[in-house]
Design a protein around this ligand. Sequence first.
Ligand SMILES: N[C@@H](CCC(=O)N[C@@H](CS)C(=O)NCC(=O)O)C(=O)O
Length: 210
Amino acid sequence: MQLYMNPMSTYSQKALIALYEKGLPVTLQVLNLRDRAVRQRHEAHYPLGRIPMLETDDGQQIPESSIIIEYLQDHYPSHGPCLIPAEREAARQVRLLDRLFDQCLNDAALTLLHLQLGIRQADERAERKAKKWLTAAYPMLEQALSNGPWLAGAFSMADCAALPGLYYARQFLSFDDRPLIADYWQRANTRPSVAATFALADQAWREQGA
Ligand SMILES: N[C@@H](CCC(=O)N[C@@H](CS)C(=O)NCC(=O)O)C(=O)O
């Protein structure tokens, strides 16, 4: 399998954590979508031009981080942890947390990061909304964590979604004074999948001189 991705991209991180959790061999194809030629080449495969994109060994191209995880869970159910439970009610809860944290943590942190780096033009309204959503995300995380070490009890797609958001969110809204989240962050970083994913991101940022 090949994963078209960038180590700094939160949604790529989400898919990568899942791939590492499943222990599946994967070749990383690192794309810099700010390079016009690279973007055009990628758009020739996928008109939306987004990452991550998983290419399976039989040539299927699967975009969208949550759908990539659905694919991995369906095709490799006995590899690593069960990232989406089989039982419908439990699965719906995982999918809900995945959607919520994609939006209020991941997208909000990305908006603030892009504004800070000047990738996105100053936009007070977008900044206000992103801060509001980040502020709403932390109590939601705390509520999910009040019942167990991971967001949906056992490690799942919900954690794959939330952790990349936290990787960036922590610089905009500290969670040092929120023990449930601070402990969760520490615990997550002891997982080899998460540590390896964020080590790649740290290295990519260092190479950028950030
Ligand atoms: N809903 C998509 C979001 C993917 C996404 O926004 N990826 C970003 C990188 S983190 C991207 O490709 N940005 C470039 C663009 O949108 O042109 C997913 O879950 O995979």
